[in-house]
Write a new protein. Sequence first.
Lengths: 238, 238, 238, 238
Amino acid sequence: MSALHVTVWNEYRHEKTHAEVAEIYPDGIHEAIAKHLRAGGIDVRTATLDEPEHGLTGEVLAWTDVLIWWGHMAHREVEDDIVDRVVQRVLDGMGLVVLHSGHGSKVFRKLMGTSCNLKWREIGEKERVWVVEPGHPIAEGLGEYFSIPHAEMYGERFDVPAPDTLVLVSWFQGGEVFRSGCCYQRGQGRIFYFRPGHETYPIFYQPEVLRVVSNAVRWAAPVSGPQVRFGNVPDPMD
Amino acid sequence: MSALHVTVWNEYRHEKTHAEVAEIYPDGIHEAIAKHLRAGGIDVRTATLDEPEHGLTGEVLAWTDVLIWWGHMAHREVEDDIVDRVVQRVLDGMGLVVLHSGHGSKVFRKLMGTSCNLKWREIGEKERVWVVEPGHPIAEGLGEYFSIPHAEMYGERFDVPAPDTLVLVSWFQGGEVFRSGCCYQRGQGRIFYFRPGHETYPIFYQPEVLRVVSNAVRWAAPVSGPQVRFGNVPDPMD
Amino acid sequence: MSALHVTVWNEYRHEKTHAEVAEIYPDGIHEAIAKHLRAGGIDVRTATLDEPEHGLTGEVLAWTDVLIWWGHMAHREVEDDIVDRVVQRVLDGMGLVVLHSGHGSKVFRKLMGTSCNLKWREIGEKERVWVVEPGHPIAEGLGEYFSIPHAEMYGERFDVPAPDTLVLVSWFQGGEVFRSGCCYQRGQGRIFYFRPGHETYPIFYQPEVLRVVSNAVRWAAPVSGPQVRFGNVPDPMD
Amino acid sequence: MSALHVTVWNEYRHEKTHAEVAEIYPDGIHEAIAKHLRAGGIDVRTATLDEPEHGLTGEVLAWTDVLIWWGHMAHREVEDDIVDRVVQRVLDGMGLVVLHSGHGSKVFRKLMGTSCNLKWREIGEKERVWVVEPGHPIAEGLGEYFSIPHAEMYGERFDVPAPDTLVLVSWFQGGEVFRSGCCYQRGQGRIFYFRPGHETYPIFYQPEVLRVVSNAVRWAAPVSGPQVRFGNVPDPMD
């Protein structure tokens, strides 16, 4: 089996404009994630908002088995035709792993069909991420829960369709809960939304978080299923 | 309990341009459905594509508990801002029942996040609609299956998200199957997709079909659930 | 529509042997619940472990639209043939609402097919029950969450099949989360598992808890769906 | 990665008592399946009803990653303590693939919690198995559908819990439909029910059928997820 092809997409703005973010992720969040995946034998590209076509040309997407998406402050700057291209590629079978504030991205909202809104609070409180489906491949290698010492809180109601499979649920010190690991099949593509991760916390260096990301990438890898034909089939079958 | 408020939306073009359709539905498909619902004590309005704002003003939608949608040849003529208004109202709690060729409507596709494509064939073959979830409220009053003597075939792959609940599966004489009764929760609204129904067959006079429609309307009625708040909640809970 | 028929089943041992329980529920937990349901116009019976056939004769079950189940210390004393009778009646369409420690009952475990085990801790900590599916009928009349000042903790992993619909998720002060409101369809019957409720806390007097119980009872009411036939159907259909 | 360990369990009675079955499966259905899996690099054992402990000792089950189950006429002869052992091993993470008439086995019925009843007819009619979830790993390598020239019909209502994922739906010439490929997570184990296969038809030599079986085996392989702890956790987390 040849290596899995993953493109890590990052808005890559915070890192360039906020010193505290640059200190944590000097090469960008995408490189922190890419480095981990490469260490696991995965073939990784990166792409960022300010590249031409946001780095997501038809060629790049055709190469990509699984796309990882991180965005936050500039969701609106992602051009609609690139969004449509990504969405179509997911429906055609590419996997998609959406991280943290990517819940508000055009790509994720379009694929979900809902607002994807949630509650949030940024006081650096403690988070515990509980595995509620321990037999799921995305839980491979995890303990019953893992803790994130300082996290931005995301709280329910998370306005998404009920996930096909709910793998992770977060507890926050301040009193909220959140469906933090959500699996979806859309078209022929598989989507995983993963809550943890913030630009001002070193969450993407935490082994459990990275483990979930690489598990999700493997889970979301495309399947060589049937070539689907739509439209008129004029004759009854024999 | 006051009467349920239902708006039956119909594209209402076939009936005006095709004699064979006009013969079957002289007052439009919407009136055939409306008449049945009124007989069940439901308060019904109708709205059609060629009315101002397609008959779906903010006022009409605010009044509406459940919207029924039938469209076919003119999906593209439905204006995007009206589509957005309908989608938002569903996410806010209004029920939606999408009939037959409404699978291709902008409203349904936007709420599903997928192409909603399928196979089709129009030779007037026999269809059997099987109840696979007999304990579901939408199956109330039905037998194990019902037959439609002459139907347009819709066949899998039906490119929708897996339904939250699959209630009905169709068998077609020509060799295909189809997930014909699909329940979805999106935001605070409930959506039912129901396959049968075509402009050139008297399907919307068939008692079982009408029964499913009225069952679906009752199932999709809004719930007075929590007022959901999104956004920043700066303080931890006490 | 005639009144819904509900039987509230209670083990009814704690109340007779523990003074602190008797003080909170002098007539038994079943009467606290029954009183609330009766006030809502529901026709209610009660039944307890130490009655002949545990109060669950064929006649009682035939009368019952929805059965509420509370048990804790004496799950093993429930006789297997009564368990089979209850399970069969659920598969035939009777609703079932399982409360709190009823997760360990033979009836619930048999219907789920799994151990239904969980973590627990009894230090009277705070619980917050969050509504994650605000458009579901069981959330009718609730706020975004409700708090229980002193609760026995139940924590994940809760070894049940993933619910058809997850309505409620609990947060506990001590650091755990729990899927607290779980909907299942089994056979033609509908089942709701509801976590809150303990014999040494006055939880079954709390309005939000009682509201969930009565919402669940209405949601789980039987549907007059198809009469299902199993076995040999020797001839192809015409 | 070391080879996957699969045990193919077969009742193995028909083959010994019915000449027409022996002719098709001279070494038993289990050997037809085992041969295919071995050719794919899987490490395979077989076990049959008439062996001591039905060939399913604790040692065999501990070795087994995925168990395949075929039974038909002698479900009742499978001893309850062996059934309990198999069920426990599934809940602990072993995969289970249940074939055709295995729907009526004690193991499957216990894990499902329902009757698992269905309609059937044996006139050798045509079956078409449609892929409704083409992006699922169990659909790998298939076309949009495959045909079985002569099959025993199984028809809805199939009294199982709604599958977590529905992958295949069958069409039968005689007029019925059936949910033929159903995925379930139970405890830490994954279960796939697959309809095709009969003792008097050479279905287990058909490439598409064998492909589904080997795909299902790989999909159901155990995950090294969290070690789950149940019971009292006396102290709040820090």
